[in-house]
Design a protein around this ligand. Structure first.
Ligand SMILES: O=P(O)(O)O[C@@H]1[C@@H](OP(=O)(O)O)[C@H](OP(=O)(O)O)[C@H](O)[C@H](OP(=O)(O)O)[C@H]1OP(=O)(O)O
Ligand SMILES: Nc1ncnc2c1ncn2[C@@H]1O[C@H](COP(=O)(O)OP(=O)(O)O)[C@@H](O)[C@H]1O
Ligand SMILES: [Mg+2]
Ligand SMILES: [Mg+2]
Length: 347
């Protein structure tokens, strides 16, 4: 079976070694053969295959009886498998239709995740709507979303629209649609009202929130939550705002930025958001979005202890960068099947 055509030769060798060792140990009686086999069909971009299907995941998965099988996009999905789980992140309306139809036809398969929930995250306005609707003021902190405005046409009207809405400068301009392209991650920081006409709608204009240049990436895998720190954009002082004008463009800030987990930071900036707050937020978003695989970009308003803003939510993010992801993910996959068997009536 071809595990993953996209990984490099060196990595492929490592995977093969690991799989051979395991086959040997099973036949030699050192480890128990898995009583239950779990087949995960995957449809991922080549970038995602490379970052997610790392040898350490594939090897651990095999040890636990989990097999990753590539989905052939040229063949009908229902003719493939049978799968216990389908894992997917591909763009396009056609794929959404394929996966939705498959979900309807195969309720016994755990499809991660339903396309309508994923679609919800492809628009930066709908993406944050559920957070805005939540009332999380009583959970050891507050979580909101920055004030924002959607501009769909006519850049010349932006200064007027901004003045009318009362949004405060500086503003972060983000492409409205997130389609996985580099362009949909190109952000701009606008320091003055008049330069706003340089921007290209459709976009979201969001108030920039000072946060001490630290961002919390909150990864969610089913019920598991893992938080890491990343470096982010520095604070903009009142003095800087008064002196600077224009629009500054940033290509892909977030996923390109380095981990700040080991950095020597001010404690008030470095401290993770309170666990009960994250648990409630994750639970609510899981329920409202109907998704099990996503991450949340969260910032703490500088100078506060417990005022947080969610600025971005991503479907099936870069889990390969999440510490321990191979254990978390394999445990999660097994839990899906265990809950399926639990639900079956005893015979
Ligand atoms: O590839 P990576 O590891 O940088 O992951 C990207 C994510 O990075 P992060 O989890 O923040 O480190 C990235 O997160 P950000 O939007 O950069 O916060 C996205 O989830 C991106 O997916 P898409 O381009 O929006 O479809 C993710 O890209 P894909 O891997 O899904 O293409
Ligand atoms: N409202 C905001 N206030 C302060 N910084 C922001 C804001 N929005 C975005 N940023 C910064 O820009 C980065 C990218 O923005 P984000 O909305 O996460 O877009 P992407 O989907 O491309 O990651 C964030 O990780 C953060 O560093
Ligand atoms: Mg982001
Ligand atoms: Mg994003």
């Amino acid at each position: 079976m071809r595990l993953n055509g996209e990984i490099g030769e060196e990595e492929e060798k490592k995977v093969a070694e690991c799989l051979n060792t395991q086959a040997y140990s099973i036949s030699g009686g050192f480890s128990q053969p898995q009583s239950q086999k779990l087949v995960v069909g995957y449809a991922l971009t080549s970038k995602k295959k490379k970052s997610f299907l790392q040898p350490k995941l594939l090897c651990l998965a095999r040890n636990k009886g989990i097999f990753f099988v590539p989905i052939d996009l040229k063949r009908p999905l229902s003719d493939q498998g049978p799968f216990d789980v389908v894992l997917h992140k591909l763009s396009g309306k056609d794929w959404c239709e394929v996966i939705e139809e498959y979900r309807q036809k195969h309720p016994e398969v755990a499809v991660l995740d339903p396309p309508d929930g994923i679609q919800h995250l492809h628009n930066r306005q709908s993406m944050l709507q559920d957070v805005a609707d939540l009332n999380l003021s009583d959970c050891h902190g507050k979580v909101g979303v920055p004030r924002q405005l959607v501009i769909t046409k006519d850049p010349s009207s932006i200064p007027y629209e901004v003045a009318k809405s009362g949004l405060k400068l500086p503003l972060v301009a983000k492409p409205l649609v997130v389609d996985g392209s580099a362009k949909s991650h190109e952000l701009s920081l606008a320091y003055d009202q008049f330069s706003l006409t340089e921007l290209e709608p459709p976009l979201v204009l969001q108030e920039f929130v000072n946060h001490g240049a630290i961002l919390f990436k909150v990864y969610i895998v089913g019920e598991t939550i893992k938080v890491v720190r990343r470096f982010s954009l520095p604070n903009v002082s009142k003095c800087e705002l008064a002196k600077v004008s224009g629009v500054y463009r940033f290509p892909r800030v977030s996923s390109a930025s380095a981990s700040a987990d080991d950095a020597d930071l001010e404690p008030g900036v470095a401290e993770h958001p309170p666990r009960p707050l994250l648990e409630k937020l994750a639970r609510e978003l899981r329920r409202r979005l109907g998704l099990r695989l996503f991450n949340i970009d969260m910032i703490r308003e500088h100078g506060t202890r417990d005022v947080f803003y969610v600025i971005d939510i991503n479907y099936f993010p870069g889990y390969g960068k999440m510490p321990d992801y191979e254990h978390i993910f394999t445990d999660f996959l097994l839990s899906l099947v265990q809950s399926k068997y639990k639900k079956r009536p005893a015979t």
